[in-house]
Design a protein around this ligand. Sequence first.
Ligand code: SF4
Length: 486
Amino acid sequence: MSATFMGMPAFPEAARAATGDAQLRHNLRKATRTIRDKRAAVVEELDDWAGLRAAGAAIKNRTLRHLDTYLERLEEAVTAAGGTVHWAADAAEANAVVTDLVRATGHDEVVKVKSMATQEIELNEALAEAGITAYETDLAELIVQLGDDTPSHILVPAIHRNRSEIREIFRAKMAEWGVPAPDGLTDDPRALAEAARTHLREKFLTTRVAVSGANFAVADTGTMVVLESEGNGRMCLTLPETLISVVGIEKIVPTWADLEVFLQLLPRSSTGERMNPYTSTWTGVTPGDGPQEFHLVLLDNGRTDTLADQVGRQALRCIRCSACLNICPVYERTGGHAYGSVYPGPIGAILTPQLRGTASEIDASLPYASSLCGACYEVCPVAIDIPEVLVHLRERVTEGGGHAAERTAMAAAGWVLEDRRRLTLAQRAAAKARGLVPRRLPGPGAAWTDTRDVPDIPAESFRDQWRRRESGAPGRNERKKRGGRR
Ligand code: SF4
């Protein structure tokens, strides 16, 4: 299971509220279009982008096919390098492992470098319950944490906030968490960055335990890899005495040569840069250099179930670049909160219902949070056919329950369509009653006809028309022309 944002309604309701927020729509449109244009420009520069994309998809597919082998190889390499590997089947296990590890250090504070896996399992909340405070150190995550907010984008969790909102959050909340915002803080980006730097520096210099995620884990050498823009991640990874990395089992790549492909795909697809400013790698422990204790928590939490689904498993190829979010017309209008989970946008619409199942109203609504335009598939650097998985999951939702009226209508349609004679009778009945069909359906059907035209029912079915033509009998229009009966 992964975290549900508390109190979130199903997507259609949340989306309705979000699209009514003009400021939010403005912030989202500005940010997504800027990143989208940058991405398109740097992707265009490469002649072999299609080949790289195919290579990325192939490496991930191969790795997922032999995941057990590569995970064992990773465990051996991490252990040989002086680290300790822990296996966590679900969020509760992972949280318990990390909490115990932090407690064992004797400290009650941790710094964190951006990790979606820890958000997925709600680690901060679990640590807080155990009396341990977690400080987010990625700038956008810091804004979300100080604002008592939830992330709304994979790459830019505070994308829904503009500069003046961020200034207000810093002024109101920084003092509660450590070094306060300077007097007279403006909304100039440099001033905001400097305020965050000063605030965070104290955390880096005083906190002895760090928790991180990883973009990739190289099985051959047991190396974790984090790509970032600010350098805050590197401070987290190098300054503390103990480092605990919580990593989804799908993050594995077999070799450094495989990693090379993703180091080209990820920065261009996420920030629209040829290369991200900071790429940090760490392998076990090195005496006298960096953290002296390293723990790797390998997280399943629904991933092996996802792997068992032949269509849905491609979602595990995701490298969390966020290109699908930035291109998605639905995401651009609703923002990430409407998806009700840490994974928003098109990837969230296919990953969340697989990790959490489709039993809840919000998870059952996610496969429908798309127009199926296919833009997400076009930009995905590992060629995940998101529309295909969406349709597949819609099928699962319908089979597993869905709306009662929809279920009844589908069952009736199935009964008619499976027998030729029933279909013929239904078509004739529909042709006779065509004048009675309203342009707007009553009750819940109105939601459909408010945005679509009810198709005209033909006066004669194709089969009847064929039979009549074969017999040489005149059609309705010909009879009219000849002045015959209507
Ligand atoms: S699904 Fe593809 S485009 Fe979307 S975040 Fe994952 S890798 Fe990027």
